[in-house]
Design a protein around this ligand. Structure first.
Ligand SMILES: C[S@@+](CC[C@H](N)C(=O)[O-])C[C@H]1O[C@@H](n2cnc3c(N)ncnc32)[C@H](O)[C@@H]1O
Length: 547
């Protein structure tokens, strides 16, 4: 029945990019009524954990090899909770795949209801609604005070009716009390966390560039790059992948605070995004920024006299974008165990009815989870234009991105006076993060130029205190060329989407250079990375990842 296939497709990577509503109501391939699809998804999302329990205990997927976990969940929702039952003719195979197990399902349903001490189905619904409301974590909005122009931020907040200053993020997020409040962030200077109800976009301060909407995680690179550098060590700075310019303007603000006179050279390859960058720079009054529009960073010659004073580089290249929070919930559903696959069912990333990876005769129609990522199911406040919908990442795409990211940082390592570099992504994939760091450390360019990671103990105070560090999912005994040791992992900074910190998913690592290293020396960098071909032997030029 189209409704269930459509809902499954919308929830999976097949449903395209963007928010839940844009997937359903936008120009899409869904055949059934969009309002019905939306209702089915949002109601199932309230009851998924309960339904998963019922389905697992009834062992339905053992007996129905043509059902995917996601389809089973959606169908069972309507079977139990919709007044009209499953929206399909009585003889339809999908409907039959549930109804022929009616007795077993009903008995597990009743047991699960009684375990929750609910005397009726209505009581169960209310209990599940309450549970869901308790679990939903409010997400703050983040705004950076642009110290290049900001006048009196406190006075601006005082002009917002009922908006109070708090001390801690937890207090700002107490939305159940209808509070409108803000607090200063505990890690990044001049960053504000705002309760979800505070809308700054209509304030003069926002219009005049005094406040810039920017996720906390996105403020880490500029702060990590320059936050504890002394004035005499900072010359010129390159932002190699700059548009739309959030990190560029942050760099300009941090440099402005130090009183340095160096300039920021902001490179952007894409023509249209270069225009956005230019206008953001103007709005932020970032006079120290010189935009190199339509300029490929890889085409800059590090030996060019224009760059001889470049001491710091910030690289935030295109990535899969898997850490980006959706602007609207794409629910991550708890799915029943799939007995036909050894992989645990994932919530999103669950294919609809037609997984291309399945082979005939191996549970056709079963829908083994794909390794592709889809947007995370939380509401974010990424700055306009910075974070667009993520690109689903296959292994092959991740490899290409990883190669390109490695190349970009390697290029940065060639600038003769460079002493510090940050590399960041809004990806959750190790392949684009820790693996890139490891490959870079093992590269001849890092070794001959004396580049290592900046250890946690030497990072700027707020970043030292940040507790979420690099990860390695493979067990220690697995032989892996691209493995960081504990010190290397600790040097890496991660942000996990949807956790108590209220940030998007993000990764950043700083590299520092021992300027005494001889150009042609081959000494170990002591970083724990194993030697190898940093480029994976594959020069990928043209994959257009997430921008
Ligand atoms: C993730 S976005 C950067 C976001 C930006 N740092 C910010 O905070 O607003 C990546 C940008 O890098 C640009 N880009 C990718 N590869 C590039 C290259 N080789 N040279 C210059 N720009 C590049 C993309 O066009 C895109 O605008």
């Amino acid at each position: 029945m189209a409704l269930y296939y459509d809902a499954a497709s919308v929830l999976s990577s097949e449903g395209g990019q963007g928010s839940l509503k844009s997937r359903i109501y936008g120009p899409s391939t869904v055949k059934s009524n969009p309002t019905q699809i939306y209702a089915l998804i949002s109601e199932t999302a309230k009851r998924d954990v309960f339904l998963k329990d019922v389905l697992d205990r009834a062992g339905l997927l053992h007996d129905e090899p043509k059902l995917t976990p996601l389809l089973a969940l959606l169908l069972c929702h309507d079977h139990f909770f919709s007044k009209a039952g499953i929206a399909a003719p009585v003889k339809h195979p999908l409907r039959q795949s549930i109804e022929r197990h009616k007795a077993r399902l009903q008995s597990e349903f009743t047991r699960a209801r009684l375990r929750r001490k609910c005397a009726s189905v209505d009581a169960l619904k209310s209990s599940l609604d309450r549970e869901r409301a308790g679990l939903a974590r409010p997400h703050p909005r983040w705004a950076r005070v642009n110290t290049l122009v900001a006048q009196d931020v406190e006075a601006m907040f005082a002009s917002l009716p009922g908006c109070k200053r708090k001390l801690r993020l937890d207090d700002v997020l107490k939305v159940d009390q209808g509070t409108r409040s803000y607090c200063y962030d505990e890690h990044v200077p001049n960053l504000l966390a705002l309760s979800p109800g505070v809308d700054l976009t209509k304030t003069n301060a926002y219009r005049q560039g005094e406040l810039i909407l920017q996720d906390k995680a996105s403020c880490f690179p500029a702060y990590l790059l320059l936050g504890n550098e002394s004035k005499e060590n900072i010359g010129d700075v390159i932002d190699g992948c700059a548009a739309p310019g959030n990190k560029t303007t942050h760099l300009a603000a941090v440099i402005g605070e130090t009183g340095c006179t160096g300039k920021i050279i902001a490179c952007e390859r894409d023509g249209i995004r270069s225009k956005t960058l230019q206008s953001m720079v103007e709005k932020a009054n970032a006079d120290s920024v010189q935009v190199l529009a339509k300029q490929d960073f890889l085409a800059l010659d590090p030996a060019d006299a224009r760059f001889k004073g470049v001491t710091h580089l910030l690289l935030d290249p295109s990535c899969s974008g898997s850490g980006i929070l959706g602007r609207e919930d794409i629910p991550k559903l708890a799915l029943p165990e799939d007995p036909r696959t050894t992989m645990k069912p994932t919530t999103n990333g669950q294919p609809g009815s037609k997984s291309k990876k399945r082979k005939r005769g191996q549970g056709e129609g079963a829908g083994a989870p794909s390794s592709e990522e889809v947007p995370v199911a939380t509401t974010g406040n990424a700055a306009p234009d910075e974070e667009e919908a993520p690109v689903p990442a296959t292994e092959e795409r991740l490899q290409k991105l990883s190669n390109l990211q490695t190349r970009i940082v390697e290029h940065a390592m060639k600038f003769p006076a460079a002493r510090r570099i940050t590399y960041s992504t809004c990806s959750l994939h190790e392949q684009e993060n820790e693996v890139v760091v490891s490959r870079l450390l093992a590269s001849p360019i890092a070794q001959t130029h004396g580049w290592t990671v900046s250890p946690r103990s030497q990072q700027v105070d707020g970043m030292q205190r940040w507790k979420h560090r690099g990860v390695r999912s493979k067990p220690d005994d697995v032989d892996d060329q691209n493995k960081l040791n504990q010190e290397g992992l600790d040097a890496c900074i991660r942000c996990n989407p949807g956790d108590e910190e209220g940030t998007m998913g993000f990764f950043v690592c700083a590299f520092v250079r021992d300027l005494n290293t001889e150009e042609d020396s081959r000494g170990s960098n002591g970083s724990g990375a194993r030697n190898g071909d940093a480029n994976g032997g594959d020069r990928e030029e043209a994959w257009e990842g997430f921008d």
